[in-house]
Design a protein around this ligand. Structure first.
Ligand code: PAF
Length: 279
């Protein structure tokens, strides 16, 4: 596996691949890799000649009181993981490279960035869209692989790719879960033992919502209340939001018909967990 540490090294490497008419599958990450990431890598491996992964803890997507400094960084372990999965190249940019002195350009995907998590994490999706736009311009992949776990991120990035005519396909891969249903996330390692035991309540609440919908319940408020009750009765979690939204616009739905997403964020202690399902 080749380790690329500068933008010019990536560009040279990509030119060779393009000259040889080979295709590129790209997986953007912030490192601290887990099976969810590996699943994206495996999908990319199946469909492309070359697989490139980026590892960059992007300062632009963290708020001032968020966990940028504490975010797990484990480059050696991540490299071993990626090597095992036969990734062709990993790109490790630095913040100075991505946002050099005098940097002024940001991508703002309006409306969908402000809803759900965006309401509580001001500027987060602007940071995500900006870094992914930059990575797409540097790597020029045929396909970018994203996890459904970050459902709103998928909506924001799909919109950006469409609106800005990026010549890339977006492939969304289902969430990988622990045996008890907890969605895999690099932040799960922040959970204390007690919090970890309670963490599956989020997935259980989403499953409960799905069952209600399958059995004919159409009122979003009823579903939301049942989810709230499940979470509060079975854990000490603090609910940040539970919302039933259109899966493309993220507008609140008034009736459960089709094409909607149930998304939720909870806090267990200081750890924020998100999850969603598309119905
Ligand atoms: O999902 C993530 O890990 C990040 O938001 C991403 C897409 C790598 C952008 O920094």
């Amino acid at each position: 596996m080749i380790i690329l540490r500068s933008i010019s090294a990536v560009q040279k490497y990509i030119k060779k691949i393009k000259d040889a008419h080979k295709t590129i599958g790209f997986v953007p990450t912030m490192g601290a890799l887990h099976q969810g990431h590996m699943n994206l890598v495996r999908q990319a491996r199946q469909h492309h000649n070359k697989v490139i992964v980026s590892i960059f803890v992007n300062p632009a997507q963290f708020g001032p009181s968020e966990d940028f400094k504490k975010y797990p960084r484990q480059i050696k372990q991540d490299s071993l993981f990626l090597d095992d999965e036969k990734v062709d190249a990993v790109f490790y940019p630095t913040a100075e490279m991505m946002y050099p002195r005098g940097y002024l350009t940001y991508v703002n995907v309006e409306s969908v960035s402000e809803k759900l998590c965006g309401h509580y994490r001001s500027g987060h999706f602007r940071g995500v869209a900006t870094v992914v736009a930059k990575l797409l311009n540097i790597i020029r992949p045929d396909t970018i692989y994203l996890g459904q776990k970050d459902g709103q991120q998928v909506v924001v990035l799909e919109r950006m790719v469409k609106d800005l005519n990026f010549p890339v396909k977006v492939k969304v891969i289902p969430t990988v879960r622990e045996k008890d249903g907890l969605a895999m996330s690099s932040r799960n390692r922040y959970l204390t033992e007690t919090d970890r035991q309670q963490a599956p309540v989020l997935w259980q609440a989403l499953k409960l919502a799905k069952q209600m919908i399958v059995s004919g319940v159409k009122d979003p408020a009823r579903i939301e209340n049942a989810m709230r009750a499940h979470i509060t009765q079975n854990s000490q979690a603090k609910i940040q939001y539970i919302e039933l939204v259109d899966k493309n616009t993220l507008e609140t739905v008034t009736e459960c018909r089709k094409n909607f997403m149930i998304a939720a964020a909870i806090y267990l202690g200081a750890t924020r967990l998100i999850d969603n399902i598309i119905v």
